[in-house]
Write a protein that binds this ligand. Structure first.
Ligand code: PLP
Length: 442
């Protein structure tokens, strides 16, 4: 009966009618704990009074003014706020309407930077397999998920991929974290040489891989090595924090825990907390200077960049998440979530790995714990878990294709930062019961 082209045609979806705190209610009055904030979006839960008020104030004053005619106080304030919170080098901000737009803008910034500084031959993008950077053409080409790319492959621009840092499956027995990081760094360096070190424009990576791997942080030292290699060959490092950024891992930027600063960082989901569609690119001083001293512009733009109501919402979201104690709370609740999951699921023969940082956790499901063999993909274990969790009143974010885009299943949890210990325990209870129910039945 629907006139909407849904993600999946024929799927029968409940109608969401209300949200409050960490729950969403449907038209039948059923309540769901939002254990994943949708797709790691709703960092402050739903209907947060302070954010709604900030949006209302802006709406009453001005809803929209095109950025080629005007700037606005809220957009300026948001840029000031983000630049002040970021490491010194990242001192300018470009506002967009979501994650894919942020990644597209970052790629174009990288390309324009090299044109401006007289290295127009630099054009290659290197990213990692099993990453996700968005669904627009450039972002999809950058992402390394075989399944999402497959049918669009013929129209994707050329990009190159190296291995992800995925210790659970790829760190060899007897190989230290340091040796593993060095091996991956060598692979990146080899790829750079293969393409021509003066032809490569950017290396793109998620500091903690979200949707496609299920909250996988890199081993210690990996990003330091990556940064060194990028510096050695004059390649820009773009870190995609659309999912893992804005406090999700217990620090405002996920890269804060890696001891590196990127040249460009993309943020989105947690920036607007779902109250408004918004994303941003933070760019380094030298990229900004190249634009300013070169053509005097960034050759890009969308109708809704710097949207005032989105900027007003994001200003308030960022103000709240950077208040005293909030990141500590994310850290503490994240530890509680991890410990709870380990207690409830650690003995399951079908749970291979429980990982993540802060309130960004992944559970990898396996058919055999010793061999790490996945379930047959045709069983669609991840889809069964999503459905069964909803039946128990829990929203989680499971995905298939964890290993190579086809094989493997994981569940991503990304609860709102406002979760109480009791709510974390309820999430653990429901997800554990769901995973046990689905895996034992297979
Ligand atoms: N980059 C990462 C790391 C993401 O996780 C996503 C979305 O899941 C995107 C980019 C794309 O963001 P959006 O869906 O807002 O376009």
């Amino acid at each position: 009966m629907t006139k909407l082209l849904h993600r999946s045609i024929g799927a029968s979806l409940p109608r969401a009618v209300a949200g409050h705190g960490i729950t969403i209610t449907d038209s039948q009055g059923r309540r769901y704990i939002d254990g994943s904030g949708g797709a790691a979006v709703s960092c402050l839960g739903h209907n947060h009074a302070e954010v709604l008020e900030a949006m209302q104030v802006q709406m009453n004053a001005l809803s929209y003014a095109h950025t080629s005619f005007f700037t606005t106080d809220v957009a300026e304030e948001l840029a000031e706020r983000l630049a002040a919170l970021a490491p010194d080098r990242l001192d300018h901000v470009y506002l967009v309407s979501g994650g894919s737009e942020a990644v597209e803008a970052a790629l174009k910034m990288a390309r324009q930077y090299y044109v401006e500084i007289g290295q127009p031959q630099r054009r290659h993008i290197i990213a990692r397999r099993q990453s996700y950077h968005g669904n627009t053409i450039g972002a999809l080409a950058t992402g390394g998920n075989a399944m999402r790319r497959a049918q669009f492959q013929p129209i994707l621009p050329e990009t190159h991929h190296v291995s992800p840092c995925y210790a659970y499956r790829d760190q060899q027995v007897g190989e230290s974290a340091d040796q593993y990081a060095a091996r991956l760094a060598d692979e990146l360096e080899t790829k750079i040489h293969e393409l021509g070190s003066d032809q490569v424009m950017a290396f793109v990576a998620e500091p903690v891989v979200g949707a496609t791997l299920g909250a996988v942080p890199a081993v210690k030292g990996y990003f330091k090595r990556v940064r060194e290699i990028c510096d050695r060959y004059g390649i820009l490092l773009i870190l995609d924090e659309v999912m893992c950024g804005m406090g999700r891992t217990g620090t405002l930027f996920a890269f804060d825990q890696e001891g590196v600063v990127p040249d460009l960082v993309t943020v989105a989901k947690g920036l607007g907390g779902g109250f408004q569609p918004i994303g941003a690119v933070l760019l380094s001083r030298n990229i900004y200077a190249a634009f300013r001293d070169g053509s005097g512009l960034f050759q890009h733009g969308h109708t809704y960049i710097g949207h005032p109501i989105a900027a007003a919402a994001a200003n308030k979201v960022v103000e709240i998440i950077t208040r005293d104690g909030m990141m500590q709370h994310v850290h503490d609740m994240g530890d509680r979530l991890q410990a709870g999951l380990e207690t409830a699921l650690g003995q399951s023969p079908f749970v291979g790995d429980i990982r993540g940082r802060g309130l960004f956790r992944g559970i990898e499901i396996v058919a055999d714990k010793d061999s790490k063999a996945p379930f047959d993909p045709s069983l669609k274990t991840y889809a069964k878990i999503k459905k069964a969790a909803m039946a128990r009143g829990l929203l989680c974010y499971p995905m298939g294709g964890t290993i190579d885009g086809v094989r493997g299943d994981h569940v991503l949890l990304a609860p709102p930062y406002i979760c109480t210990p009791d709510e974390i325990d309820q999430i653990v209870e429901r997800i554990a019961a769901t995973i046990i129910e689905v895996t034992v039945a297979q």
